[in-house]
Design a protein around this ligand. Structure first.
Ligand SMILES: Cc1ncc(COP(=O)(O)O)c(C=O)c1O
Length: 398
C-alpha cells in the first residue's frame, strides 16, 4: 500500500540526534551525543516516596483523574515562586502554563504565532529539535551569527530590518549546542531591539540551574516586556521522564497556547504534576540542584582535561560554566559528519555540528555532551576521537 502522507513531512527529517541515539543504543558505544542527565543523579528514592504518598492520601483519586489544561493551580502557584529564581518577579498563576516538557512549549508557541511562509530567526547554531519543530510549520528559518558571548546583536538588528521576522528563538543560558551564556548587557539589548521591532522572543532555558561556576544571570524575560515568552523545564534537574515544563508569558499568549494544548494532549500527566509539585513545595529541588552541580562540574573538567591532552592543536572548544555541552571547532577543514562513521567504528558517538545550523553549514564543528559518560569513558572516548581527527589533519596536510 502506498501511504499518502502530508506535504508537511517533506520538510521534516528524523533529527540527526535521534538517528545517532539509535546507533548509540549499543552499550559498547561511548556516547557524547545525547543530552541525557547523569543516570546517578536521577532522584529515584525521592520520587518513589512522593509517589507512594500521593497515591495513598485522601486525594489519591484526584491525580488519576482528568485535570485542567493549563495545569494544577497549586503547581502553577508554586511556579510563580520558582520563576523568581530566574529573576521573574510578580508572575501570576494566569501567566503560567504547565507543559509536557519544554519541547511541547516550543511546538505550541510555533502553533500560536506562525503561518506558512513566515520568517523566524534563530541563533546559528541552535537547538536541533527546534529547527525540526519549526520546519513542520513550513516557514523560513534564518540564522543570526553567534559570537564568543552568544548572539551577535548587530546582526540581529540587521536581520530584523531585512526579513521582518515574527519570532526569534534563543537558548541564552548554557546553550544547546554551544554551552555559551549571554551576559546581562546582551540580554538587555535583545529585549530592547525585539521590543522596538515587535518581535516575539522564545527564551528557552532548560539548563541555567545546572550552573557549577560563575554568577547567575537574570533571564531576558526579567529585563524585557510582554513580547518575551519564557520556557523552562524540570527535565534536566529532576527527570526527563516526568515530562514537566512550564511557560511564563503574558496571560493572553498563555490562553492561546492553552487552547492549542487542549487539542494536543488535554493536559500534562497529573501524576507527574503532583510529583513536581511536591518537589517544589518541600524544596527538594534545591537539594537536587546542589547534588547535581558538583557531579557535572567534575565531568566537565574530565572532558576538558581529555580534550587538552588528546585533541589536535587545531581544535578549540567552549569553556562552559554549566549545562551539559561543550562545542568544538577545528581551524582546519575537518568534516565531522563525514568522519562520524569512522568514530562509530571506534565506538564513540557525538553530534556533528552542521545539523545545528539552519543552512547546514560549519562542517568543522561538533557538540559533545559531558553529563552522561563516566570519567573513564570520557578519557577513552576523547582519546579515540583525538586519534581519528589527528589522522585526518595529517592527511589534509600531506
Ligand atoms: C534547548 C532545549 N530546549 C528544550 C528541550 C526539551 O526538553 P524537555 O522537553 O525534556 O523539557 C531540550 C532537551 O534537550 C533542549 O536542549
Amino acid at each position: 500500500m502506498s501511504f499518502k502522507f502530508s506535504d508537511r513531512l517533506n520538510s521534516m527529517s528524523g533529527t540527526a540526534t535521534r538517528e545517532i541515539l539509535k546507533l548509540t543504543a549499543n552499550p559498547e558505544i561511548i556516547s557524547f551525543a545525547g543530552g541525557l542527565p547523569a543516570t546517578e543523579c536521577l532522584p529515584v528514592k525521592e520520587i518513589e516516596e512522593i509517589t507512594q504518598e500521593v497515591l495513598s492520601g485522601t486525594k489519591a483519586s484526584n491525580v488519576l483523574q482528568y485535570g485542567i489544561t493549563q495545569g494544577m493551580f497549586t503547581l502553577r502557584e508554586l511556579c510563580t515562586d520558582y520563576v523568581k529564581s530566574f529573576s521573574i518577579n510578580n508572575a501570576h498563576p494566569e501567566e503560567i502554563l504547565i507543559v509536557s516538557g519544554g519541547q511541547q512549549a516550543l511546538d505550541l508557541a510555533c502553533r500560536v504565532f506562525l503561518n506558512k511562509g513566515d520568517t523566524i530567526l534563530v541563533e546559528a547554531p541552535t537547538y536541533l529539535a527546534f529547527l525540526q519543530i519549526a520546519a513542520a510549520y513550513e516557514i523560513n528559518i534564518i540564522g543570526v551569527n553567534s559570537i564568543s558571548d552568544g548572539l551577535d546583536t548587530d546582526d540581529l538588528e540587521e536581520k530584523i530590518i531585512k526579513y521582518s521576522p515574527k519570532l526569534i528563538y534563543l537558548v541564552p543560558t548554557f546553550s544547546n549546542p554551544t554551552g555559551k551564556t549571554y551576559p546581562l548587557g546582551k540580554r538587555k539589548k535583545i529585549a530592547e531591539i525585539t521590543k522596538k521591532y515587535n518581535v516575539i522572543v522564545l527564551e528557552d532555558d532548560p539548563y541555567s540551574k545546572l550552573r557549577f561556576e560563575g554568577e547567575e544571570v537574570p533571564s531576558i524575560k526579567s529585563v524585557g516586556g510582554d513580547n518575551i515568552i519564557f520556557i523552562t523545564s524540570f527535565s534536566k534537574i529532576i527527570s526527563p521522564g516526568l515530562r514537566i515544563g512550564l511557560v511564563c508569558a503574558n496571560a493572553e499568549i498563555i490562553r492561546k497556547m492553552e487552547i492549542c494544548k487542549q487539542s494536543a494532549d488535554v493536559h500534562t500527566s497529573h501524576l507527574s504534576q503532583a510529583i513536581v509539585k511536591e518537589f517544589l513545595s518541600r524544596n527538594l529541588i534545591k537539594n537536587q540542584i546542589q547534588k547535581v552541580r558538583p557531579i557535572y562540574k567534575a565531568k566537565k573538567e574530565y572532558m576538558e582535561q581529555a580534550m587538552t591532552k588528546y585533541m589536535p592543536k587545531e581544535f578549540d572548544f567552549t569553556h562552559v560554566e554549566g549545562g551539559m555541552f561543550v562545542w568544538g571547532e577545528f581551524d582546519a577543514p575537518v568534516d565531522t559528519q563525514k568522519l562520524f562513521p569512522k568514530a562509530i567504528e571506534k565506538k564513540v558517538a557525538y553530534v556533528y555540528g552542521n545539523v545545528f545550523y539552519p543552512d547546514d553549514s560549519s562542517h568543522n564543528t561538533l557538540r559533545l555532551n559531558f553529563s552522561n559518560a563516566t570519567k573513564e569513558k570520557i578519557d577513552q572516548g576523547i582519546r579515540a576521537l583525538g586519534e581519528l581527527y589527528q589522522n585526518e589533519i595529517n592527511k589534509i596536510k600531506k
